[in-house]
Structure formats: C-alpha cells, structure tokens
Design a protein around this ligand. Structure first.
Ligand code: HEM
Ligand SMILES: CC(C)=CCC/C(C)=C/CC/C(C)=C/COP(=O)(O)OP(=O)(O)O
Length: 298
C-alpha cells in the first residue's frame, strides 16, 4: 500500500479552469468593445480572429500564472481547488499548455490581424506573467497597481486590431481599467485578507492594514471617475456614453465612499466591500457596452 497522492488525470474542464474563464470574459469584452468602438468596419473574419486571440492569450496568461503559483494557490481557500494544487494536473502540462497557447495566440494575431495588435497582446501576456506574477506580486503591495496594467491592455489590442493604430479614446479606456483595478481588487482583498496573509502575499490590507486600504480605494476612485467621464467632454464619445458613465460612476463612487469611510468591526460581514467588488465588475461591463452603443447609435 502506498501513501503517495496519485494525481487524477486532468480533463478538458481542468484546462479550461487554467484559463480563469470567468475573469477572462470581462477581459475579452473590453477587447471586443475596444474593437467595436473604432471608427472603421472590421471584416468579420478578422474581427473574430482578433477576439479569439485575445481570449486565447488571456487564457495562456492565466495558465502561466497558475503554473508559477501552484504552491501559493495551495495555501489559499479560494484557490486550493484549482487543477494544480488539487493534484488533478501536473505542472509540466500547465506550462506546455500556457506557452503553446500564448505563442499561438500572438503568432495568429500578428500574422492574420496585424503586428501592432500581436505586439500588444504579447506585451500583456509577458507583463501579467513576468512583471505582475513573478516580480511584483510576492514583493510589494503596489503589485496590482503596476501589474494591473496587463489587464488594461485589451481595449488597446481591440482598437489596434481594427485600425492598425492607436488613438486617444482607447488610451483613455486603458486608463479607466488601469485606475479601476485598485478599487476592484482591494475591495476583494479586504474580505479575503486572511487568505493572503496565510499565503504570505503582501497585499495592501495585510501589509498596510484595513484603514490604509480603505483610504486608497477612495483615492483611486477619483482619477478613475475622471477617466470614465472625460471621453464625453473631450467629444471622443457622445451623450449616450456620457450619461451612462456619469450615473454608473456616481453609483461606484457612493459604494467606494461607504467602504472608504467605514471602520470595520471584527465580526463584520464586509457587505459594503462585497457590494463594491461585485459592482466593480458590472460597472466595467456597462461602461464598455455604452461606448459601443454610443458609437453605433449616435
Ligand atoms: C492585477 C489586477 C487584478 C487582480 C489582482 C484581480 C483579482 C481578482 C480576484 C482575486 C478575483 C476573485 C475571483 C477569482 O478567484 O476568480 C477577481 C475576480 C474578477 N475579476 Fe479581477 N483582478 C484584477 C484585474 C482584473 C481585470 C483587469 C479584469 C477585467 C477587465 C478583472 C475581472 C474580474 C472578474 C470579471 C471577476 C469575477 C470572476 C468571477 O465571477 O468569479 N479583474 N479578480
Ligand atoms: C490580453 C491579456 C493577456 C490579458 C491578461 C489578463 C489579465 C492580466 C487579467 C488580470 C486579472 C487577474 C486574473 C488578476 C488576478 O491575478 P492573481 O494571480 O492575483 O489572482 P489569483 O490569486 O486568483 O491567482
């Protein structure tokens, strides 16, 4: 009899889980909206290929992140059930899958769509894996501020895929996701703080405490709101987007203000923090959807 853990064979669901499919839906949506916001008509085959490449590239980034962090993921309740820490997949398969998928997505984007879109896709995968996952995440609570740039690239990739160039609107959309990431993540970090502390990851609530994290959430919401609303006065979008952005941003700001100004009791349920985190996701879907509706209806 042996006491060794026998790894169960991974099936397609485990490979899908490696790509972090739920997070990636929003990544792909922002890329799609970046593409549809551009003032050109994209050939459907090129458009479909570009979106497929963003999805595969983002999936590759997620797989390489999980390959590198298998030991850390095993220490956190939220992530312990993932294919690698749960022993359903060996690390080499995850590495091969991530590298293969990433190379394929970048090559396909570069060859079938254009070199700029392929180049930014490659940069976002490398940024997420090397700059965020390997370098910053284990070292500094500013990890997600700088590393978060990786997740902000898709609107630029979508726009570049459609036009072969860049313009002020996708740059502002990049800024919006970039400035949105700290309130999005730190709201969650407040209620999964113990997980990060157990795994020894220096996330802001663990290192600087809850009070400082709440203040930072409030502070980042201000430039985020500016980036969200400013495309309208700059005439980069029309009034449909402007009104949606103002209403949704006001709502976001109220939830963020509640989180920023509150003191937490030990037994607290963290409801305002959970609401801000949940709304942060709806917020980006709504704003990016509004950019496209505005472009096509106005
Ligand atoms: C460094 C930046 C970011 C960090 C550290 C971060 C972290 C997280 C974490 C830990 C979760 C918890 C759920 C899970 O384990 O899947 C989550 C959920 C989510 N994140 Fe982020 N995130 C970041 C940036 C982004 C970006 C750029 C997007 C999309 C544009 C995004 C979209 C989402 C979505 C849609 C969910 C909900 C997933 C679900 O329903 O399970 N995140 N994020
Ligand atoms: C187009 C392209 C390549 C995009 C890259 C996508 C990207 C950077 C998404 C960022 C979102 C994300 C899952 C962060 C969490 O990482 P984490 O390691 O802190 O979360 P975890 O603890 O759940 O693993």
């Amino acid at each position: 009899m042996t006491t060794e853990t026998i790894a169960l064979p991974a099936d397609w669901r485990d490979f899908l889980a490696l790509t972090k499919p739920r997070v990636m839906t929003l990544v792909v949506f922002t890329g799609l909206c970046g593409m549809l916001a551009a003032p050109v008509t994209v050939h459907p085959v090129i458009g479909f290929t570009a979106i497929l490449c963003i999805a595969l590239g983002a999936g590759a980034a997620g797989a390489l992140n999980q390959w590198y962090e298998a030991d850390l993921d095993a220490k956190m309740r939220r992530t312990a059930g993932r294919p690698l820490p749960a022993g359903r997949m060996d690390k080499q398969s995850a590495l091969h899958f991530g590298v293969g998928l990433g190379a394929f997505s970048v090559l396909l984007m570069g060859l079938a769509v254009n070199v700029l879109a392929g180049g930014i896709l490659a940069a976002s995968i490398l940024f997420y894996v090397l700059v965020y996952t390997v370098w910053l995440k284990p070292r500094t609570p500013q990890n997600i501020v700088i590393g978060g740039a990786a997740g902000a690239f898709p609107p630029l990739i979508g726009w570049a895929a459609a036009t072969g160039g860049l313009a002020p609107l996708p740059v502002l959309l990049f800024a919006l996701v970039f400035l949105w990431t700290p309130p999005h993540f730190w709201a969650l970090a407040l209620f999964v703080k113990t997980d990060y502390a157990n795994a020894g990851i220096p996330m802001l609530p663990v290192v600087a405490g809850e009070r400082a994290t709440r203040t930072q959430i409030g502070l980042y919401t201000i430039p985020m709101a500016v980036a969200a609303i400013v495309p309208w006065p700059l005439k980069l979008t029309g009034a449909i987007y402007g009104v949606v952005a103002i209403v949704a941003t006001a709502w976001f700001a109220l939830l963020a203000l509640r989180v920023a100004t509150r003191s937490t009791q030990e037994s607290d349920t963290m409801r305002p923090e959970k609401r801000l985190f949940a709304f942060s996701i709806v917020y980006l879907f709504v704003l990016f959807g509004a950019v496209v509706v505005d472009r096509w209806l106005a």
